[in-house]
Structures are given as structure tokens and as C-alpha cells.
Ligand binder design. Sequence first.
Ligand SMILES: [Zn+2]
Length: 500
Amino acid sequence: MYLPGSKFGGNDRLILDIPNADLKINDSSFIKDGKGIRKKVYDNGIMAIRASNFETTPRNVTRIVIDLAMPRGYDISFDKDSNKIKVDFLNTVKNIKLEERNNAEAVVIQTDEVPVYNVMDLGDRVVVDVLNSKLKFNNNKISVGKNGIKRIRTAQFKPDQNYDKDDKIVRVVLDLEEGQSFKNVFVDHEGMDILVYVNDKPLQGFNYKKETINSSTLKISLEKEGKYNIDYVDNSNLIILKVPKDKIELANAQLNMNDNMIEKIDIDDKDSDYYYINIKLKDGTDYVDKTKYSVTDEIIIKFENKKIKNSKYKGKMVVIDAGHGGKDPGAHSSRLNLQEKELALDTAIRLNKLLEEAGFNTFMTREDDTYIGLYERPSMANELNADAFVSIHYNWHPNKKVSGVQVLYNGDDPTRDNKTFARIVKNEMVKELNAVDRGIVHRPKLVVIRETKMPAILAEMAFISNPTEEAKVATQEYRQKCAKALFDGIKRYFDEVLLK
Ligand SMILES: [Zn+2]
């Protein structure tokens, strides 16, 4: 499993668990380290390699941990002849989707590292080669039919004369619609994503970035040095930034940030000399103008939400586990065709937002439709030393009349009070959702709540086999209520138990 520690100010780690294996490394370059061994590397973004006999019961597990200096993509393969597991660190193309970015529709190529890429103009096609990378994305042909793009094709590319024969390249081809040409194409990258705009222009020189759950930065790069002006409108949570029109080309736009610092940014281009950039702050947000000079080519404004920074939940980590995912769809509703994995993920994303707004640190075991193993989920929470673990599921029963909420817990572990956690959350669910109370149930064999080392529950939000509840959970409003119920329960558990 891969743990993005950099999200919480630490380092990323790749963790390999090998079941039914003993640790017998006789390599003098490793030194003893607690129960295991370690070796410093400091090469190619790899800081160290650690190994230990991680577990003896219920299964024998050897754990290999690779500490990384920065986020890395990886590919793991097993060679039968030499009996070796090989880990290649290289970028991976993991998803391609159409999404609004910087106020324009973009083709987003998602990768696992800061990407290195080539862009080529082939007339009616645009080629983006992602270098040193492996394709981990199944949909190799996406029909688009808008924004000047006919379709997008993706393949692991066999290197031609432009490359070395051992180069690993993922080739993304955008087939353009008739009348389109390369001059309407703009390619950029943002973090680990490559953005391709066709026929729709992004705001250039305008860069807003969320840094932590309570801080962000807005940078505006001017083409030439110029004067700007910043004003706070009293009692309104609104700041107005005046930027000269002859120094940058922006457009009339409304950007919905909706993070913990900023609600939205309106760019108004009606004035003949200035853009008026109206920045609506969230409650508790302060700003600091970090621009170095009054005449400048780069305006830098930092935002910090003091309310979240000073939250009593600051530093507390909740792991949110959206049940199922990828090849495991979970339950399925026959009337409205709902899939449990999608409902669980949607609810998890909503819960994540509520927890972040309250100042919790959060980690989602999955943020999209990927398959995660049952042992991997609790393992992630344990590695992160989480304070609480919540798994989200939707229930199914052959009898359509059965409805209501239920919370499962493991009552066999005396080191953590799962039962109280389950009871508090279940009570909030009954109250908020006005649902039938199916109680809390001791389920000691469920892997995700058995293997976790912190208070853990598995919440069943509703029965999608029951027509009334099926119709309810099909609405965003009800799923928001589900998230709110879990949030209230988690908060109460921290208030009344963990932080008491
Ligand atoms: Zn389930």
C-alpha cells in the first residue's frame, strides 16, 4: 500500500506486506533497528528501506517499508524464475477525465509524480507523451465529442526513433474535431496533473493553491511590473484586489473554491482599466499580503483560517473508509440501479469535508473508484496512528420491508472502546435520519474493524433493498444528512470520550 505522508507534513511511504514469509536478510549494509533492520539509501528520491517481522498472529507477515523523499509512482512485479519481487519507481498514468480547471474545461491526465512530458502537434491530433511512466488506467478509448475533442486514446507506447528503446512512455492522443488545430491547444501541469485545454482558455498567471486544511496561497503573475491595490471591506469577509488590465489578461469569471479558506473568487472585467477581483473569505479566515514590493510582477496573498487552526480537534486523525470499490461493487439496488460502492464514496467525501471544516486531520482509504484490499484498509489507519476509524456501507436484505440504520463494532478488544463509539454514532444516525433503529452489533470477525488498533466502527447507513430508503439515498440531500449524522457522532465521541 502507498501512504501519502506528505499530506500531513511527513514523508510518503510504500509498504509491502509479504504473508507467510520470515525475515532472513544477511546483508551487512542493513543495520538493526528495533524489531527489524534498516538501510539508508538517499538516492533517486528513496531515503531508506526498512524490514521487519511485522506480525506473527494470526498470520506471519514480513513488512518492507520504503521511505520516500517525495511522492512517487511505482510498479510492482514478481519474477517467478528468480523468485524476486521487483519495485520500479516510475510515474504512472492513473486516470484521464474532463474537468473544469482554472475556469476552463480541461482534459486532466492524473499521474503519481510531478510529470515530465512531451507535447506534439500532428495536425488533427495532439500527442502528450508522459515520460518514464506506466499506464495504470483501463479506459483506453474515451469518446468526448465536445470542446473540440473527438476522442482520447491512451496506450503504453513502444518507443520509436524519438526515444531510447528502453524508455517507458505512456502516450495520450487527443483526436481533434474538424476545424480545430494546435494553435487552440494549451498544455500545462498543476501538481501531479497534466492539463490539456482545447478551444477553451484557462486563466493564465492566476494560481490559487490550498496548502493545508487551514491555509492557502493566491499568486498572480503579471506580464510586466505594475501597481495593484488590496482592500478589505469591513464586516463582510470580502477583500477586493485591483489589478491593472494592461499587465495581465484575465476574464470575467466566478471561481468556486469552497475550501476552508475561501468561498469564491469573482473576477470582474467591466472596468476599462482594472480587473476587480472579489475574494469572499470563509468565516475565520485572515489574509496577509506577502507581495514584496508595491510595484511588482507577482502578487502573493496568503490565507489562514484561524478558527480551524485553533480547533480543539487539530491534530486528531480520523480515517474514513468508503466500503467496497473498483471490482467490488458491494450491494446493488434493483429499482434505481444504485451501487453501494458509489453511495459509500459519495458519503465519505461529504463526511471528509465536514471533518476538515471542523479542524480534524482526515485520511480516506480511497478517494475514487479503486479496489482496496480488506487488510489494507485497517493497515493504513494503523500506519497513520489514527485516532478513530469509520467504515461507511449501505445495507441490503432479501426482504424489501427491512429498513433502518445499524452500526457494527468489535467488542473483543479491551484496548479500545469500540462499543461506546458505535453507540454514540448510531444514536446520532437515528436522530438525524429519523430511521428505524437496528441497534449496534458485535461483529468480532469483520477484518476492517478487527485489525484496526484505534476505536473503529462500520456504519450501515440504510437498506438500498427497501424502496423508501432506496429513493431517499438516491438524493444528494439525504446523503449529506448521512454524512452529517456520522460527523455529529464522531464529534460527540471525541468530546465525550477521547478528549474528555
Ligand atoms: Zn458493504
